[in-house]
Write a protein that binds this ligand. Structure first.
Ligand code: MN
Length: 241
C-alpha cells in the first residue's frame, strides 16, 4: 500500500456567494501534486474540534503541515504585535493537537513555512510575529519574484537530514514574514539564511520531524532537490509503521 500523507486543511476565509464554499476546508494543489508524484496518497483533514484528532490517527502514515495564516501568538505567551497578519485559531488548535498525537504514534512529520512555525510553537518554541522585530533580519524574505523562483541561499549544518537531501548551500524561495525566535526543546535549527534567520528545523531525538521555512511545493517540478524533501517524507512514513 502507498503511504498515506495527511494534510491538515486551510480554510477559505474570504467571502463567497456560494454558501457551500463559505469557510471551505482546502489544501494547496502543489502539495497534493508533490505527494502524488512522490508515491504517496494525500488525505486532507479539516480543522474540526481537536478532540477528534485521535480518531484520525489511523488514517495516515505521515503528515505535512502546510503554509497559511500566522500562528495565534497567545499560543507562545504573547499578545498580538501591530504587524501580526491574519490568524485562524481553530486551525492552530487542530494542528497543535494533530502534531502531538502524530509524534506519540511515531508518524513522519514534514513542515512547510507556517508548518515549521506551528511545529516549533506546539513543542514550546516562540516566533517573531514580524521579522522587523529582529533588527538583524536584513534579507528579503517575501520575494517579489514568482513563487517558484529561488531568491536567497541558505547554509545547511553538516550531519543533518537536510544536508543529506540538499547539500551545503541550497538556493530556495522565500515567502514568509514571521520567523523563529526561540527554537523548541527537542528541535534544532539545521539551516539559516545569511542574516541568521532559521530556515529549517529537525528533531534532536529521531528522524520523525523535518521542517523548512521555504516552499518546496512550488519548486519540486523543476528542482530535483526540492522533490527530495517529499520523497524523504514518503520513505520515513513507510519506515515508521
Ligand atoms: Mn527566507
Amino acid at each position: 500500500m502507498r503511504p498515506r500523507i495527511a494534510v491538515p486543511a486551510d480554510t477559505l476565509t474570504e467571502a463567497t456567494n456560494v454558501i457551500n464554499e463559505r469557510m471551505a476546508p482546502y489544501a494547496p494543489k502543489p502539495i497534493i501534486e508533490a505527494i502524488v508524484k512522490s508515491g504517496g496518497v494525500p488525505v486532507i483533514l479539516p480543522s474540526v474540534d481537536p478532540q477528534f484528532v485521535p480518531d484520525y490517527i489511523d488514517l495516515f502514515d505521515g503528515v505535512i503541515f502546510a503554509g497559511g495564516a500566522d500562528v495565534d501568538p497567545t499560543f507562545y505567551g504573547e499578545e498580538p504585535h501591530q504587524k501580526l497578519g491574519a490568524t485562524y485559531r481553530k486551525r492552530d488548535l487542530f494542528e497543535i493537537e494533530l502534531l502531538k498525537e502524530s509524534l506519540k504514534a511515531s508518524k513522519a512529520v514534514f513542515g512547510i513555512c507556517r508548518g515549521l512555525q506551528v511545529i516549533n510553537v506546539a513543542l514550546g518554541g516562540t516566533l517573531y510575529q514580524d521579522l522587523s522585530e529582529n533588527p538583524a533580519t536584513v534579507l528579503k524574505h517575501s520575494q517579489d519574484a514568482p513563487g517558484n523562483f529561488p531568491s536567497h541561499h541558505i547554509t545547511v549544518s553538516h550531519e543533518t537530514k537536510l544536508h543529506y537531501l540538499m547539500g551545503d548551500r541550497p538556493y530556495v524561495n522565500s515567502r514568509h514574514h514571521q520567523i523563529v525566535k526561540k527554537v523548541a526543546p527537542n528541535l534544532k535549527a539545521v539551516a539559516s539564511a545569511d542574516d541568521g534567520v532559521v530556515e529549517a528545523l529537525e528533531s534532536t531525538e529521531n528522524d520523525r520531524i523535518l521542517a523548512v521555512q521555504w516552499h518546496p511545493e512550488n519548486m519540486f517540478k523543476h528542482y530535483p532537490e526540492s522533490q527530495q524533501l517529499f520523497a524523504d517524507l514518503i520513505k520515513r512514513a513507510q519506515n515508521g509503521n
